[in-house]
Design a protein around this ligand. Structure first.
Ligand code: FES
Length: 166
């Protein structure tokens, strides 16, 4: 390959990489800021009937950027933003834990810290039942539980979705 060809190839590769980064950045920003999601977030978000909130898994409420579950018969709303460096934390159906894909923090179904670099359990939002519907107050986060807190005793049900700390 001549110097000129190599230069052209590298130039195109850099431009392609920059274009991919721009697309990824735009997509991520749109995903975070799109009107459908942003409409309720930061305010009172009307979710579902308390009867629809499971006690053995979670349901996601995208408008609140939160998960609902029952802990000792109480409805709990957990922020989907990781307390470590703010990645979105998905729920791993196979293990029954929340598992952050960024650096491997893990939390049980109640949001209590299990492992990884997170400084605490998952943050929460206040909830109340209004006219038979769970309302999540996303205007203010409640700091997650301290390390070592265990409200429920639910070891992983099966394989984890993520590895440990990256
Ligand atoms: S952002 Fe979740 S473990 Fe780092």
């Amino acid at each position: 390959m001549s110097d000129l060809d190599r230069r052209k190839f590298l130039s195109r590769a850099w431009k392609g990489g920059a274009a991919l980064l721009a697309v990824a950045g735009t997509w991520t920003s749109w995903d975070l800021l799109r009107p459908g999601l942003a409409a309720g977030f930061g305010t009172q978000v009307t979710a579902v009937s308390p009867d629809a909130v499971p006690a053995d898994t979670v349901i996601e409420i995208p408008q609140a950027r939160a998960y609902l579950t029952k802990v000792n018969d109480e409805v709990v709303a957990l922020s989907e933003i990781c307390p470590h460096l703010a990645c979105r934390v998905p729920f791993c159906e196979s293990s029954g834990w929340f598992e952050c894909p960024c650096h491997g923090s893990k939390f049980d179904r109640a949001g209590d810290y299990m492992e990884g670099p997170s400084p605490r359990g998952m943050d929460r939002y206040a909830v109340e039942v209004v006219d038979g519907v769970v309302v999540i107050d996303t205007s203010e986060k409640i700091k997650g539980s301290d390390l070592g807190t265990r409200v429920i005793d639910e070891p992983p049900k099966g394989p984890h979705c993520t590895e440990g700390e990256a």
